[in-house]
Design a binder for this molecule. Sequence first.
Ligand code: 13P
Length: 291
Amino acid sequence: MPIASAKQMLQKATDGAYAVGAFNVTSFVQMLAVAEAADQARAPVIIQTSVTPAKFYGPEVIAAACRSLAERVTVPVCLHLDHCTDLDFCKRCADAGYTNIMIDGSGFEFDENVRVTREIVEYCHSRGDISVEGELGTVTGVEDEIVVSEDSSALCPVDKAVEFVERTGVDLFAPAIGTAHGVYATPTPNIDYDRLGLIVELVHGMEQKTPVVIHGGTGLGNEVVRRLIELGGAKFNVSTDLKHLLLDTTAQYLEANRTEYNPGKLDKAVKNAHLERVTDWMELLGSAGKA
Ligand code: 13P
């Protein structure tokens, strides 16, 4: 099937009280593995790229590869651009075939965040079924080239959530609630569950229930993940986990097979490791069997 838009996929997840895994990939082997894992698990899935890999391959190449994979499998696959601060690049990715764009205006003051997010919403919506994710408050840690220290992080103000969604027209809302990009020091970090609960209640009470996105999936304990989904998280972002898996699997394979010189076998090892890990995530998130 064609690449799916995130909006409908996540409205369904919101109603069904499960989350769709949104997996950041940096290579085609990872992209292939995520699509195949989704197909095998009968799970809707979001493949996402940060800005650096999107620029490295070119969004047109990534979209073409994803389109071809999406046509090969029988579950909905969405292609998402993650944390982009560059308006022109957001637009280029939308034109190239990405079906969900995250404009990250969280580094700006509220009104400027609204303005840039609104601009991308108008652009994407005028071009068809392309949905947009916006963020309010800042998620700490490192995601691609965006580095936010704990000091400069601000959680999403509850009283601004509805205004942000209304004024921007975003399809998906990512509030900062204390989760972080990268590796946590503990599997039970300081997450503001009450804040998430209040925000979800507010944005689900709007004329159109707006699906809520959870950033910083890597390293959270299973109970934490389940609680975030119970509270309304419908898109669950996982990036660092797959970056580590890619590099660790590669290093281990090369160490064990140093004189083999057969890249195809290395690709297979990397793919198999991802099939297993992504399937585990889909079972935990409750998306397995939902396509
Ligand atoms: P992690 O790198 O912590 O998994 O976070 C992923 C994320 O939120 C990407 O936007």
